[in-house]
Design a protein around this ligand. Structure first.
Ligand SMILES: [Zn+2]
Length: 206
């Protein structure tokens, strides 16, 4: 495999990128300046050293904003309502929900559960979610858990499984489980919804 083929194959591993797009990325890199190539290579190389995953919500963030506990800027903020936990599928959803003005906290599930999954728990951070709910619940600070999953088949499936799973802790700790209301149309993903739509879906949560 020559260096062009190798880089093309690496780009093909990216989510949503096919061979043709991968080839276009390589073509762009071939025609760009050596300085740009170096900058990109350096950024990728240092990514692991500069970022960390929050121990509470599991989002990735730049380490300069981390405190000693390994928590992100949102989780340590005093200006957030720690009683509301918004469960999302992925990091990109948080960026978008933040633009809607939401002031609670988050938990990143890390995916959705496929319909025919034999071991549903393996597809999401099920154990980590239990720990989070138990910790917050025991601290008597949990008022509401919002299931902010996409309005897709897998999203719906994941929502109903989580809903079942959270019934017992919701009763034990006395918190409410809610889902986003109308506003998010069928098939839409949080990542691509505009902030006004998210804000409306949040206002209409039930
Ligand atoms: Zn966090």
């Amino acid at each position: 495999m020559n260096s062009i083929e190798k880089l093309t194959a690496l780009f093909e591993r990216f989510p949503g990128i096919g061979p043709r797009q991968a080839r276009r990325f390589v073509q762009f890199l071939l025609t760009t300046s050596p300085a740009t190539r170096s900058e990109l290579a350096e950024s990728i190389k240092s990514l692991g050293n500069l970022t960390g995953q929050c121990k509470k919500c599991y989002r990735w963030f730049v380490k300069s904003t981390v405190n000693k506990l390994g928590l992100c800027d949102i989780c340590v903020s005093n200006h957030r309502d720690a009683g509301i936990v918004f469960i999302v599928e992925k990091d990109a959803d948080i960026d978008n929900v933040e633009r809607s003005g939401f002031k609670g906290l988050y938990f990143v599930l890390g995916g959705t559960i496929p319909l025919a999954a034999e071991e549903p728990e393996k597809h999401i951070r099920a154990r980590e979610l239990s720990v989070r709910i138990d910790t917050d619940g025991t601290a008597k600070m949990l008022k509401e858990v919002i299931l902010g999953l996409s309005a897709t088949t897998e999203g719906d499936h994941t929502r109903s499984l989580l809903n079942e799973r959270l019934q017992a802790p919701a009763e034990a700790f006395g918190f409410k489980i809610s889902s986003l209301g109308r506003g998010l149309s069928t098939g839409s993903e949080l990542e691509y919804a505009d902030p006004d739509t998210i804000s409306e879906a949040l206002d209409n949560r039930h």
